[in-house]
Design a protein around this ligand. Structure first.
Ligand SMILES: Cc1cc2nc3c(=O)[nH]c(=O)nc-3n(C[C@H](O)[C@H](O)[C@H](O)COP(=O)(O)OP(=O)(O)OC[C@H]3O[C@@H](n4cnc5c(N)ncnc54)[C@H](O)[C@@H]3O)c2cc1C
Length: 306
């Protein structure tokens, strides 16, 4: 099932057809407040009232034209202005292939640099991690950006064998790291094939990111998962270590585990929700279906309700 949806996420043919069906669009709305920045801003205002922070991501990836990368960059600059005007603490998360990575490293870096500079020192720009073929380029651009700006973070994936080593090298740089399990189709030479191994590596990486060494370098650690068992294991361990509840953060996606997002915020943990929006949602949505087969039933229920 996971492989099927991850294959769909790459299919232009599927994207062009499936996105026309109202029942598919209705199902997607569970994970997106809407396709526009206005919808994302309205959702962020509501979450701010219950002490949940937000990160925006404008959906899109693997763009093929520099003009498109420019349009995306300008979109982020505008959204950051609107976030400021509305007094929201919202940060942004970007995909480097949407800023032109496939077209050239320098073009991509210049777009990334503009967004980071515009966000200002108090607002981290998070760089998503995409398929494993992009990890080296992504980490190189993160290191380069972090040498020039304090407000940049990168995502690392617990399913990759290499991540433990990558994190060890990144810790002395400080900066910000978001840990996820990983959402792409990867071969066993590159990624742990079994979920239990990924979960165990996630916990080991969390310990690395919250270690006294990492804290001494001022590393901001964001643990992005909806796995409530893992969240409990992490929060129990953090308390045993005497870590402050606000010393790191949990991040989740809009619409997933809402009760857990609220519970964490209520109990004084930092709870952040990533809000994705935009019209290019198909590959992103297929990755959400791959993560949880029960979501497919939700789509089908929508079909019969229509
Ligand atoms: C803030 C954030 C940023 C992310 N950025 C990236 C990135 O840059 N690169 C990348 O590769 N991946 C990214 N991901 C996705 C991540 O890699 C996982 O695919 C995703 O989070 C599912 O894994 P999980 O940790 O929630 O655990 P899982 O073990 O997959 O799920 C645990 C439980 O959470 C719930 N759940 C999980 N996913 C869903 C879903 N789609 N719908 C409904 N319930 C669900 C279910 O109850 C499930 O049993 C990001 C995730 C988050 C939360």
């Amino acid at each position: 099932m996971r492989s099927f949806f991850l294959a769909c996420s790459q299919s232009t043919w599927m994207r062009e057809r499936a996105t026309r069906y109202p029942f598919v669009r209705r199902a997607v709305s569970k994970f997106m407040p809407g396709e526009t920045a206005d919808a994302a801003l309205a959702a962020a205002q509501i979450l701010q009232k219950v002490s949940i922070g937000t990160v925006f991501t404008y959906l899109g990836e693997n763009i093929k034209d520099p003009a498109e990368a420019e349009r995306v960059t300008t979109h982020y600059l505008d959204v950051l202005d609107r976030v400021r005007q509305m007094g929201l603490g919202t940060e942004v998360a970007v995909k480097l292939t949407q800023l032109g990575l496939d077209l050239g490293i320098e073009l991509c870096y210049q777009n990334l640099r503009r967004i980071i500079a515009h966000a200002g020192a108090g607002s981290t720009v998070w760089i998503d991690m995409e398929a494993s073929s992009y990890v080296d380029a992504t980490l190189d651009l993160y290191r380069r950006a972090l040498a020039a700006f304090p407000n940049v973070g990168v995502c690392v994936q617990a399913y990759l064998h290499r991540t433990r080593h990558d994190v060890q090298g990144l810790i002395p740089l400080g900066g910000a790291i978001r840990l996820v399990k990983g959402a792409y189709q990867e071969p066993p030479e590159v990624a742990f094939p079994r979920k239990a191994e990924v979960d165990e590596n996630y916990f080991a990486l969390t310990q690395q990111l919250l270690s006294s060494e990492a804290r001494s370098h001022g590393l901001r650690a964001a643990l992005a998962t909806h796995d409530v068992k893992l969240i409990k294991r992490i929060s129990d361990w953090a308390q045993l270590q005497g870590l402050e509840r606000t010393g790191f953060e949990f991040q989740m996606l809009y619409g997933i585990q809402r009760q857990e997002q609220l519970r964490l915020a209520r109990e004084g943990w930092k709870s952040i929700v990533l809000i994705a929006y935009g019209s290019y949602w198909f590959p992103w949505y297929m990755r959400r279906l791959a993560e949880r087969p029960a979501n497919v039933l939700f789509v089908l229920r929508g079909l019969f309700a229509s």
